[in-house]
Design a protein around this ligand. Sequence first.
Ligand code: SAH
Length: 350
Amino acid sequence: MIALIGQTTQEIRSLVAEAVGVPDYRGSQVAEWIYRRTMPGEGGGANASFDTMTDLPLVLRNQLAEHFLLHTLTQSTTLKDERDGTVKIATALPDGPHVEAVLMPDDKRVSTCLSCQAGCPMVCVFCATGTQGLGRNLTAGEIVEQFLLLQAQSERRITHVVYMGMGEPMLNYDNVLSSIRILTGEIGLSMRHITVSTVGILPGIERLAEEKLQLTLAVSLHAPSDELRARIVPVHRTYTIRRLLDACRAYFDKTGRRVTFEYVLLAGVNDRPEDAREVAAILKGFPAALNLIPYNPTSVAERFERPDNARVADFRRIVEASGVTVTQRKERGRQIAAACGQLVTELYKP
Ligand code: SAH
């Protein structure tokens, strides 16, 4: 059976018309339930069911239920950090593997972090997801459904999406892009409120630049030199920082969007003042911002230490002195294993 989540309204119209021979507007009604009634209590989105599509004739609802699935994920764990409102869910894909997604409300925005692969083949040394290896790519529907599951649990409308959950978006390029088109075109999110985070797969960055979308590209830099980066992010052995920066510059030239560089701070590894000076030197004058992420300890990947606040502040000051914009990731959901891939890797290790 075909799942309707992940299809555009146009596709749903054709699928429904073909399967049961009704006019196209019937498919639009189904799409309304899936993508436009996503808030808690509206009866659609993650809670959509053919049974409750009361604006469709009963006979048609029964026919649709024979041909189509609305959803494919099964939510298996929900954890809430009562202090900051962070909700983390683990969901099972139909064939077994689990992925996780996070809801992070704050004063101004409600953000979600979505997974695009079950597992990840990039094996960054500090990352919990990397210890799993690649299970498989998620479909666009499986990505969008994570969003809908979280929206169904949030009284406030989700405003921002980051592809910073499990997996490497550039290795599942087409499905990630289809999911973005549904989040913006169907559900109504602003393209500018979507961030795609990559370990730095150059062909993917080059391809995304050609799409000329107004989304934010985030690149996991994590080290200022080729030697150090190759140790932390093994895929870097095939690239150089020079080529990575060139690709990011081209991305800016094509899209007009500044790139965000993420930098996980690992105590004693890449957080020294000389590392900060090198980062400052390579990013000076670059159309970019640096996002510092103090390491989140996990029990599954190689162990590192989180630098103390003074160390983080020093690093920040040195980079800022060269005129580079620096932000710092707030730690959220510490009570609920919110570090990347941690929940699933600890609970459901394949
Ligand atoms: N594959 C994408 C998305 C990964 S998750 C990428 O590499 O960018 C998003 C960010 O979280 C990445 O920068 C990743 O390196 C970082 N991350 C993963 N595990 C972490 C941990 N334990 N502590 C802090 N940041 C982590």
